[in-house]
Design a protein around this ligand. Structure first.
Ligand SMILES: Cc1cc2nc3c(=O)[nH]c(=O)nc-3n(C[C@H](O)[C@H](O)[C@H](O)COP(=O)(O)OP(=O)(O)OC[C@H]3O[C@@H](n4cnc5c(N)ncnc54)[C@H](O)[C@@H]3O)c2cc1C
Length: 489
């Protein structure tokens, strides 16, 4: 077996090093060994899920890595609320660091998509307690300003048409220029059901149903191999869990280091960052596609046209997480999520199976609505959501929303908002195919350049799991092995 093929067959998995059989790690000097004798250094930009797994795999093979991370923490868009978090442009909290809730609040990724997905398997092996919340609760649908359960909703023929469209969407093969919303309209979905389509096939995929390209999204969904079971972490914050899995990468991370330019003209790659400049031999770029699209990292020579074209068809838009805790749960303890509304299109009943109180909503807003909310104050955002809920619940939201009793700040609304649009190292939520996007765009985005630059991050996932932690992990794994292939040639 060729050496590089052998390398590919080991080390996949949790932390790649832990997966190494002992006979491989205890080889004697001069005995055949799969460890890589490489004098160079592999640079990695970004310590999110993709960067962490790539670094972990390379470290496990004995390859020196340097991870450049702009923020002061690992995780990127896997970001849990901690009591030490300070408010910033993108994190609005009132009162500051108010220690409420008996379960972790997630500001970014909050669900594991697929119990047997990459991330799901890692958590299972590590015995991280998980909640299969849909076995304990079920969705509610906002139809004509009334919140209905599935049995009630199925009495509407329009709902049945919309649900069929959603259930069969992965087989859709319409024109590349169609949005999900147009595709739904063409399939006979009534205007009154478009809110539900947005909650099913818009917001969970990064924007709104009117901006996401139907063809490329459907193609992506058709590639997914996991079981689709959605889980939450019972006790552990998502970010801390990711950190614990990849903790051995931490000593190789340069925090607060914003990469500004990459010159790969010569044999060595010159990286200029906020702390100076240095050289590496290979480089894995894992920053969000929004950062690449914004030109925040100047590449010299410029990135190939194929990559720029692919990027122009992949979107990444405004995204916001709003966490509101109420005095009591008036929407129902057995509710998984309330979906179909305009102001808060995905309201996760976040405490199901993990909170004794179960009275908090974790609301995800993406695309145009998040754009509109991003220019409002936090109070205005929460008031809009509450006003809409009041219509469904006869004023219960206003009556039960928690308000401050702090002297001088009595009655101020209590909430936490993470506005990913204002996070300078994310500039949005997660990637999605724009109308006109084609399935091969992600392959073009992922393609290595000149045997020196390698690309990872959720947007480069080619297995239909873009926009997820698993997609990011798989892309980081792929890029690490692309580098290995290159350096053991
Ligand atoms: C609101 C929201 C909800 C989500 N919900 C889910 C969910 O329920 N389930 C799920 O699986 N996924 C979810 N996701 C998506 C998931 O969080 C991402 O797909 C995944 O975390 C992306 O990982 P990544 O490594 O590709 O990118 P990132 O996590 O963004 O990592 C990139 C890193 O690069 C750093 N960086 C950026 N610019 C520079 C620079 N110039 N120099 C140096 N470093 C830089 C960033 O600071 C960051 O740490 C959600 C995302 C959001 C925003």
């Amino acid at each position: 077996m060729k050496r590089r093929k052998a390398l590919k067959q080991i080390g996949l998995g949790v932390t790649a090093g832990l997966a190494l059989p002992t006979w491989l790690s205890s080889c004697e000097k001069d005995s055949p060994s799969p460890e890589i004798n490489y004098d160079g250094v592999v640079g990695i930009i970004g310590a999110g899920a993709a960067g962490l797994i790539a670094a972990d795999i390379l470290i496990s093979k004995g390859v020196k890595v340097k991870v450049f991370e702009a923020a002061n923490r690992v995780g990127g868009r896997v970001c849990s609320l901690h009591r030490t978090d300070a408010p910033s442009d993108s994190l609005i909290m009132f009162p500051n660091n108010y220690p409420y809730s008996d379960f972790p609040f997630e500001l970014g990724a909050d669900r594991v998509n697929g119990s047997n997905s990459k991330w799901g398997e890692i958590l299972k092996i590590r015995k991280v307690p998980l909640v299969d919340f849909r076995t304990l609760s079920a969705d509610r649908y906002v139809i004509d300003n009334v919140v209905k359960n599935e049995a009630e909703a199925l009495l509407h023929s329009d709902f049945v048409t919309a649900k069929n469209f959603k259930d069969n969407f992965s087989t859709f093969t319409g024109g590349a220029g169609l949005s999900v919303k147009q595709a739904a309209t063409n399939a006979g979905v009534a205007a009154g059901m478009q809110g539900l389509i947005n909650s099913w096939l818009g917001v969970p995929y990064g924007s709104s149903s009117e901006r996401i390209g139907a063809n490329a999204l459907a193609n992506g969904l058709s590639l997914i191999e996991h079981d689709g079971i959605e889980l939450t972490l019972r006790n552990n914050p998502m970010q801390d869990t990711l950190l614990s899995v990849y903790s051995r990468v931490v000593p190789s991370i340069k925090f607060n280091t914003v990469v500004q330019s990459v010159n790969y003209t010569g044999d060595l790659i010159e990286i200029t960052h906020s702390g100076g400049s240095e050289t590496v031999n290979k480089l894995i770029v894992t920053v969000p596609v929004s950062i690449l699209k914004a030109g925040d990292i100047a590449f010299s020579p410029g990135l190939p046209a194929s990559k720029l074209t692919a990027m122009s068809r992949i979107g990444m838009e405004a995204s916001m997480r709003v966490l509101i805790e109420f005095k009591r749960n008036f929407w129902g303890e057995d509710v998984a999520a309330i979906i179909g509304s305009a102001e808060g299109p995905m309201m996760l009943n976040a405490g199901v199976g993990r909170s004794t109180l179960n009275k908090a909503l974790s609301i995800t807003i993406n695309g145009p609505k998040a754009e509109a909310f991003s220019v409002l104050t936090g109070d205005q955002v929460v008031e809009s959501i509450i006003a809409e809920m009041d219509v469904w619940f006869g004023g219960d939201a206003t009556e039960n929303v928690r308000r401050s009793t702090l002297p001088g700040e009595e009655n101020k609304l209590i909430y936490t908002i993470k506005d990913w649009t204002k996070d300078p190292f994310a500039k949005g939520g997660f990637s999605f195919p724009l109308t006109g996007g084609i399935p091969t765009d992600r392959e073009a985005l992922a393609a290595p350049v000149a045997g020196k630059l390698f690309f990872a991050g959720e947007a480069t996932d080619t297995t239909g799991e873009f926009g997820t932690i698993s997609g990011a992990l798989k892309s980081g794994e792929r890029a690490a092995f692309e580098v290995i292939d290159e350096i053991v040639e």
